[in-house]
Design a protein around this ligand. Structure first.
Ligand code: NAP
Ligand code: G3P
Length: 485
């Protein structure tokens, strides 16, 4: 059984095939018990130059290895990940406080993601285009357009899926012929370093995959503005994403950012089904998902019944330790718990009807449900990233659409109705990356296009789309002399 890192040790970064430490470290604490899981290197800007130059050099050879060979290595990485699922899911659980079942799912989903990516890479195609379909050009000019890598991809992942959202950048970048520098979240870095070790074990050559850890305030701007970074693939908060987009300048990037996904419930919906989807969509992993349902917009005529059904579901949620498989577990840190509490206090002060919750024990926020939330309350607009759900009442679907679109975010939304015409009417009007009909918002399956508009991001993630984003069409144009003249 593979075991690279044991609890409570000083972890290292992978730089040009070597695991290298630094003098300064950042301690990583378990979010739900008094335990130091280990320390990760606090790199300095001068260390980063070395990482980037090795990634740049190694990419040249990697891109000349056939896609079929690259795919074999990715398949091996997927198998290793699965073989070590038990160990990895425990590390993940202890580092980010995700319940054990969801941690296992994250590891398994990642193995599936890597396999699917390897196969999708083999299906990438270019095209030949004849010139005679454009006015003024003759048939003897042909463009051979092929997908080529961009170069060095900087992957920056968030704390809530440190394995999956690191791999969902690494695997498509690698199959496309790029080298990768992974900057994992600080809380989540141990899990992500394990993932990288697995790619190394699977046979990714030295320098093709590298890691950088440290304080974002010290190294963040340096790395995102480095001239040898050819693509930035970022998932995280809208605030940090916007900052990176501003400072990085003219480098292509993909941004998957925050959300305020609405569940719009019309009067003809199956309310019991809608309530089930809403409770699981809003509260799994304590609401720490970008695609969590973060507001319910209900037609007034069914709002009382819907609120009662949601309340029933909320009361059944388990609160406790990730090790027991509880849905509601301590949030990632005290700052996150304080922020959610602030939003709850604001809603109470402004007169929201609290149906359940508003209880805190250290960093555990009990699931909290508000009804009759109004537009002057922060919880109507801000992303809590915690277990609190507002119900907002509207008179009809038109008001629901207006309210949903007033949000600065545009990740996903859901519509619950039995009327297919209403479902498509609303779906077409919503300013979001995807609309789920009679289902909670969610990213998967991972081969679907996943994107956000407005403050929720730019570019499209999803296996084929991620590979396309991290490759470009390069054209070689051939002019053939005519044999007839
Ligand atoms: P975050 O604070 O924005 O951090 C995301 C990543 O960016 C971390 O690796 C972080 O490193 C790094 N970072 C922070 N400042 C940086 C800088 N100046 N330059 C370069 N990197 C920097 O987000 P989070 O708290 O981890 O995740 C929660 C947020 O992510 C929520 O808003 C959620 O909605 C969003 N999210 C979106 C999606 C999506 O697909 N749309 C998916 C998951 C999460 P450190 O940890 O070292 O600070
Ligand atoms: O917050 C991570 C985001 O990508 C959501 O993924 O699978 O929980 O919908 P998922």
């Amino acid at each position: 059984m593979f075991q690279y890192i044991k609890e409570n040790e000083n972890y290292k970064n992978l730089i040009n095939g070597q695991w290298i430490g630094t003098e300064d470290f950042i301690k990583i604490k378990c979010p739900y018990k008094n335990l130091i899981l280990g320390s990760i290197p606090k790199m300095k800007t001068e260390d980063i130059d070395k990482v980037i130059s090795s990634a740049k050099e190694a990419q040249k050879n990697w891109s000349s290895i056939g896609v079929n060979e690259r795919a074999k290595i990715l398949h091996k990485a997927a198998s290793l990940l699965e073989a070590n699922c038990d160990y990895l899911s425990k590390i993940l659980m202890m580092e980010i406080g995700k319940d054990i079942n969801s941690s296992i799912s994250e590891v398994k989903r990642t193995a599936d993601f890597i396999r699917f990516t390897a196969d999708a890479g083999k299906n990438l195609e270019g095209e030949t285009i004849s010139a005679d379909n454009f006015p003024g050009f003759k048939k003897n000019k042909i463009s051979f357009a092929q997908r080529v890598p961009l170069g060095v991809v900087l992957a920056i992942s968030p704390f809530n899926y440190p394995i999956n959202l690191s791999a969902s950048k690494i695997a498509p970048a690698l199959i496309g012929g790029n080298s990768v520098i992974l900057k994992p979240p600080t809380q989540g870095a141990i899990s992500a370093l394990h993932l990288v070790k697995i790619f190394q074990e699977a046979g990714i050559p030295d320098g093709v995959i590298n890691t950088v850890t440290g304080k974002s305030s010290q190294i963040g701007d340096y790395i995102v503005t480095h001239p040898d970074i050819n693509f930035i693939n970022f998932t995280g908060s809208s605030q940090v994403g916007k900052h990176i987009a501003k400072v990085a300048g003219m480098v292509p990037m993909m941004m998957e950012l925050g959300g305020k996904d609405a569940a719009i419930v019309l009067s003809d919906a199956d309310l019991a089904d809608a309530a089930d989807e809403i409770v699981s969509g809003a509260f799994s992993y304590s609401g720490q998902r970008c695609t969590a349902i973060k507001r319910v917009i209900a037609e007034e005529s069914i709002a009382d019944d819907l609120a009662s059904l949601i309340l029933e579901g909320v009361k059944k949620l388990t609160v406790g330790s990730p090790e027991e498989g509880s849905t509601i577990t301590p949030l990632i840190d005290t700052a996150a718990a304080d922020f959610v509490e602030e939003l709850i206090d604001d809603a109470i002060t402004k007169g929201a009807v609290m149906l359940h919750g508003n209880k805190r024990s250290e960093n555990t926020l009990y699931p909290t449900l508000f009804d009759k939330v109004t537009s002057d309350m922060r919880i109507a607009w801000e992303e809590p990233f915690g277990p609190v759900l507002p119900i907002i009442r509207v008179k009809d679907k038109f008001e629901a659409i207006t309210l949903a679109n007033k949000s600065e975010y545009g990740l996903q939304s859901c519509v619950f109705t039995k009327n297919i015409n209403d479902a498509f009417y609303i779906a077409n009007k919503l300013e979001v990356g995807a609309v789920q009909i009679n289902n909670k918002s969610e990213r998967g399956p991972d081969n679907f296009p996943f994107s956000g508009v407005k403050s929720s991001g730019m570019g499209t993630q999803g296996i084929k789309y991620s590979i396309e984003a991290m490759t470009r069409l390069k054209s070689i144009v051939l002019t053939i002399d005519s044999c007839e003249s």
